[in-house]
Design a protein around this ligand. Sequence first.
Ligand code: ASP
Length: 608
Amino acid sequence: MCGAPRLSDAGKKAVLMGWVNRRRDLGNLVFIDVRDRTGVTQVVFNKERNPALHQKAGELRNEYVIAVIGKLRQRVPDTVNKNIPTGEVELIAEELRILNEAKQPPFLPGDTVLPNEEMRLRYRYIDLRRDAMQQNIELRHKVSLAIRTYLASQGFFEIETPFMTRSTPEGARDYLVPSRVQPGCFYALPQSPQLFKQILMISGFDKYFQIVRCFRDEDLRADRQPEFTQIDLEMSYPQPERVWEVVEGFLTAAFKADGHEIKTPFPRMSYDEAIRLYGSDKPDLRLPAMTDVREAFTAEELEEFASKFRVRKELPIQLIRIPKAGDISGTERRAIGTYGAFQHVQRPSFVQLMSDAKRFTKDYPPLAERVVQFAKVEPDDLWLLAGALSRPEAAVVMEQGLQHFCERCGLLRVDLAQKYAAKHGAFVKTRDPERDFRFVWVTDFPMFEWDDAEKRWNPAHHPFTSLHEDDMAKLEASIDSVRDPKSQLGEIRALAYDVILNGTELGSGSIRIHRQDIQRKIFHALGMTEEEARSRFGFFLEALEYGTPPHGGIALGLDRIVMILAGAESLREVIPFPKTARAADLMVDAPTPVSEAQLKELGISVKK
Ligand code: ASP
């Protein structure tokens, strides 16, 4: 391979095949760097030694595919290239074959300035020749392989499930495939193998996994793809801890494949705790949590503070702290709350910010001292206080109270962290896995979440998620309240969990409902009639009746894991043939219209 020759190979005969990476013509000497995925070796064509061959080398252009036979030789000291592993040797060409010519490509794999992404995606085969892409794809391979090997060693079988199936409810739109044989009928591409993996548990394959493509027709954000890959798994009889152990095991193997020793078990945090401390169900532990500092106040101080700053004293007064970002100007301090998540509203309309800590310290010296101590603020930290506005116009928003308020604070925390990233440096990789990769399990999610647009409760995870045994009575009591925002449905906890890394969700899962009567109740609570439930999930409800073991599982996004390991900014950097934000494949030019004949066969007519 082109990256293999070393000094110890000098004197050996070698055959190299690859692309012309670079050509330098010095008259009597022509130098060609020949490249394959392992690297480049310099090849020398010498006019005096072999005029015909030297002349042939003159025909070579970038990205021609060649084979060269020759002898490896130690380079003279001042031509050694210390930047590449093959830099101490060169191949003296004896024979050259041009295996294929190449048109001048729109950009070269070795270019230091990248073309725009459209160009890269249109000519993806050239883009993939670049070192960075070759490394990302290799990393992806290594990570998948490590995960497969680990799970197999734990007794899991990889089992395939169909792509042409029927709608599964992960909350996105389905991609549909029309049936020719049954005109008017459609398959749906799976949003996940959820029901199939549960059925595999009913079928006796008590440990299943699959590295599997999932399809979701969603409005794409920067970090989404219409088809993406999950590490999907399910097991019979587990407690949640058992599922977490398996995930920690395969993540350890995956990170090790890239040279990082991560520490397990990951810390755990309830959903409520995550919201209170981080204002998010995806807490980024690389920066300190928020602190409710009310305890540092005396009762009178709290009273005075609440009335002076017009905040509600029954809700937290959150101290948000960004380490080492302290020395910012007064103007900058006062501008906090006008950017990031807040920029559209100019100020967080129901969060009252006290962002000028200097002023506060001056106005309330003993109190400020106690607050700072209570929240363990260091001298060069940037900090501010956030309270829930007590004005009547804020009352509507505050109906959901604590959670809503904390989430706004959490957004501000993340905005600040990003804005001052250069100062705190907490996002910079240190090669210390314990600092670079902050994992956490978030547990005890709510079972249902209120959808304000549709004015109804929806499953927070999916409708096959088991609820906390203790909350069964609440389900019974609120079974007919899917459209009531004040329903107790909002208080029911699920046996659901997410695994988070550095503030990004890697995956979610749950213990499932294994009893048909409870599954029916959940469908009922979600406002589905018996009829609807039967027509959508009848096959599944039926399967549940034939001896279903308790089971649970999880699915993690493979693309995202590889992206984080690669230090890439976008999922497109780790997917060989990704789609654009408009869900298009620019290389093959998909989607496209199809012929009238095809449509006719499918019994479909397209509205112009
Ligand atoms: N199927 C779920 C999802 O794709 C994961 C799970 O519950 O296992 O989010």
